[in-house]
Design a protein around this ligand. Structure first.
Ligand code: A3P
Length: 318
């Protein structure tokens, strides 16, 4: 009931007030189950999902660390799954931000009461989350539903996150310099961080269960879009038919979901989710390697060193 839900959220807020805290990027960071959460968004939603979310075997989840290509993958998954439902000229992606098409459990559906009634959604339901593997609601793991995970080079994630969080940061706080952001990120102090632990959790899970978890990289998707979009469709159980290939359906989907196309749509230029989150915050450059315009060689080497130490033995990144 509504009252019970409200009481649950009071309980979450009480619990959150007791968690270890550090200064974060936009607000305080709280440590919950080994990962850091920006106090401003989402942790109550994670807790609600853990207690109440009932996954179905047919659900599809897109999971990522923030700024790793979530928006792009949301557009691609939505376009692949719904490709027989809409004509190109009236496609929802032309008038709806990808985050509305595949909502986040923690930020959007369960952020605060009244929570969304996800039970009434028809299957297959499309959801997304930034929740670390070890904190996923148990029913997601038990249901056998499919998870697409996307990750990205830590240096580009840092730069993308810095630009994003500077905009989210309370105007009452002093501006966040890139040097500070770099220090926080390197220490694991970022939303849903440590970044490397998040990636490793899903990497290991995808190795154990490749039919349930597809592990994608932003850089590979950029370089070999066609191959990876075909892979994605196959994984989702919706492979492209010979006919569709002949009709260039894959190419059309890629074009529809491209940075150039999406970032130039009116909804993504001037639309907004709420008073703080504007749709254009999810479209900046959309390139690989923009870090080289911002980070010193020393900073870049330092991040690569952490990546090597934490992820190399798993043959993840170089
Ligand atoms: P940059 O800040 O490096 O440009 P997320 O969606 O996880 O928040 O990640 C945002 C990053 O993905 C931003 O990176 C953004 O520009 C990029 N991006 C958004 N849409 C994209 C698209 N269709 N294709 C490629 N990159 C995209």
């Amino acid at each position: 009931t509504v009252k019970e839900v409200e009481r649950s959220y009071e309980r979450y807020r009480e619990l959150i007030s007791t968690l270890p805290k550090e200064k974060g990027w936009a607000s305080d960071l709280c440590l919950y189950e080994g990962f850091w959460y920006e106090r401003l968004f989402g942790l109550e939603g994670v807790m609600f999902a853990q207690e109440h979310f009932q996954a179905r075997p047919t659900d599809i989840f897109l999971i990522s660390t923030p700024k790793s290509g979530t928006t792009w993958l949301k557009a691609l998954i939505f376009a692949i799954m719904k490709r027989t439902c809409y004509a190109n000229s009236t496609h929802p992606l032309l008038t709806t931000n990808p985050h509305e098409c595949i909502p986040f459990l923690e930020f959007m559906l369960f952020r605060e009461p009244p929570v969304a009634d996800v039970e009434k959604l028809p299957s297959p339901r499309l959801f997304s989350a930034h929740i670390p593997y070890t904190s996923l609601p148990k029913s997601i793991l038990c249901s056998g539903c499919k998870i697409v995970y996307v990750c990205r080079d830590s240096k580009d994630v840092l730069i993308s996150m810095w630009y994003h969080m500077v905009k989210m940061r309370s105007k009452d706080l002093p501006p966040l310099s890139l040097e500070e952001a770099f220090k926080l990120f390197s220490k694991g102090l970022s939303g849903f961080g440590p970044f490397w632990d998040h990636v490793l959790g899903y990497w290991n899970a995808s190795m154990e269960c490749p039919q349930r978890i597809l592990f994608l990289r932003y850089e590979e998707l950029k370089k070999e879009t066609l191959i990876n979009v075909r892979r994605l469709a196959e994984f989702l159980g919706q492979p492209f038919s010979m006919e569709e290939e002949m009709e260039q359906v894959v190419e059309e989907i890629i074009e529809l979901c491209s940075f150039k196309r999406l970032s130039n749509l009116e909804v993504n230029k001037i639309g907004s989710r709420d008073a703080v989150v504007k749709n254009d915050m999810f479209f900046r450059k959309g390139e690989v390697g923009d870090w080289s315009n911002h980070l010193t060689t020393q900073m870049a080497e330092s991040l690569d060193k952490i990546t090597n130490e934490k992820l190399r033995e798993f043959r993840l990144f170089r």
